[in-house]
Design a protein around this ligand. Structure first.
Ligand SMILES: [Fe+2]
Ligand SMILES: [Fe+2]
Ligand SMILES: [Fe+2]
Length: 447
């Protein structure tokens, strides 16, 4: 699309809103991002809070006792933190957490498919692919002609140990019962040597107290020199695209939403005079704008009947969580503001901060328009996607009372067909990825 800046669109108000924030070099820490994603994925229910970080911790302790290298320990911390990224529904999360459950679905395979093409995390993909593979007296050292890394079996044991901890009870009183259950599966589910290491660890109270403590993050941070790895632009783009898939693939109705928002917001920002670099930041902000939806179960996202007040409130909390999750990451402030304020409105009637016109940078206003524009074009459980006239009428209606920024809506209207084309292309590409990742065998799924 030709970059064509209109005098009336790129007026001083636009530029002053943009320049009110300082743009500085990005130095994003991979470890921080992964830990934030991990925590966000496990916020969906009290029953699973911090499951993945606890698996990281247990796996780390086992690896350290085994004398694995620091690099291997770091990989295990990261793999543990996102090992269940292929689980999309709360019910599946809860099912998988039952120790007795032998039917564990294909979440490990989906996790592998999600991660295998992202270079910085590629080496985690294989351990995650086989993190539920039983040892079966040694037969579990390979699967389908592929050798299964020891890390998979460490993750498996760590995962099952955590599934046995009753988080509502004091932990030290549970040690004997957990040891017994793990011991019974020595050689069948678990590698005997790993069970021995675990049993030694299990004698030490600190291991269980660490596991149940609020200090898990800081323990993992201190043990994870991986946090020194920084991402460049393309790495950050790829990682946030991966986050976008983990957020959106949980429901057939949201599969391509963030990629559509990201593409529309990027296109609008270019038309509004953002630099190449700023436009890329808008795309990243679009990928991340609904990160907080990870706290909303897919059961609520997919509900076809009227939502209860509680369910509406849970959904409305998502942009708050996007903000709080990203707020933990240094150097992401601008991207956070552009992404997280997408439900704020110029008249102060948005949520959750009730910011007003003077508080909302141009990037946030563009994101708000891109979000509504993309959402009304999509099918929802309760309605079909809208046509152009209807979309524009919804957007203009929202500019009344100063909800959306009329200058941004006007820009969208002027270049509607170009922007819509970019949105459709981006969403088609994401849908294609969805089919490859979730249905790699060629079975047709999704919408
Ligand atoms: Fe799992
Ligand atoms: Fe798990
Ligand atoms: Fe949203």
């Amino acid at each position: 699309m030709k970059r064509d800046i209109d005098e009336d669109i790129c007026d001083r108000r636009f530029y002053s809103a943009r320049n009110a924030i300082m743009i500085k070099e990005l130095q994003i820490c991979l470890f921080d991002l992964i830990m934030c994603l991990s925590g966000a994925m496990d916020l969906v229910s009290e029953a699973v809070v911090n499951h993945q970080k606890r698996v990281s911790y247990i796996a780390l302790r086992i690896a350290s006792e085994l004398g694995l290298s620091i690099e291997e320990q770091n990989s295990l911390i990261l793999a543990g933190a996102i090992h269940d990224c292929g689980i999309f529904s709360l019910q599946e999360k809860l099912d998988v957490l039952r120790f007795e459950n032998k039917i564990l679905g294909n979440h490990a395979e989906i996790g592998f498919q999600l991660l295998k093409n992202f270079i910085p995390l590629k080496k985690l993909s294989l351990p995650i692919r086989y993190h539920h593979l039983p040892w079966q007296e040694g037969r579990g050292c390979e699967f389908g002609g592929e050798s299964v890394p020891l890390e998979s079996h460490i993750l498996h044991l760590a995962d099952r140990v955590d599934s046995l901890v009753d988080k509502s009870r004091e932990v030290l009183g549970q040690i004997q019962g957990i040891r017994q259950k793990i011991h019974q599966q020595r050689g069948s589910l678990f590698v005997p040597r790993l069970v021995e290491v675990f049993e030694d660890l299990a004698c030490k109270e600190y291991f269980w107290l660490d596991l149940s403590s609020p200090y898990l993050d800081s323990i993992l941070l201190r043990r994870g020199p991986m946090h020194t790895i920084e991402l460049d632009w393309s790495g950050l783009m790829d990682l946030t695209n991966l986050f976008c898939q983990i957020i959106d693939f949980r429901s057939p109705f949201t599969v391509t939403h963030s990629s559509g928002v990201a593409a529309s917001a990027e296109a609008l920002s270019k038309l509004a005079g953002f630099s190449e670099r700023e436009s890329r930041m808008m795309r990243i902000a679009g990928f991340l704008h609904d990160l907080g939806k990870l706290v909303v179960s897919s059961e609520i996202l997919e509900k076809r009947t009227k939502l209860s007040i509680d369910e509406c409130n849970i959904i409305r909390s998502h942009s708050f969580y996007t903000y709080r999750i990203l707020d933990n990451i240094a150097d992401l402030d601008i991207i956070n503001a552009w992404g997280s304020f997408h439900h704020e409105r110029l008249d102060g009637q948005g949520y959750p901060f009730h910011y007003q016109e003077q508080d909302l940078p141009l990037g946030s206003r563009i994101m708000a328009v891109a979000d509504v524009f993309t959402a009304v074009n999509e099918d929802r459980p309760y309605r079909s996607g809208m046509m152009k006239e209807e979309v524009l009428s919804v957007l203009w209606e929202m500019t009344k009372n100063f909800g959306l920024d009329s200058a941004v809506v006007s820009l969208l209207e002027r270049y509607y067909d170009d922007i819509n084309h970019i949105r459709i292309k981006a969403q088609e590409a994401t849908h294609q990825e969805y089919r490859q990742i979730v249905y790699p065998s060629g079975r047709i799924g999704g919408r």
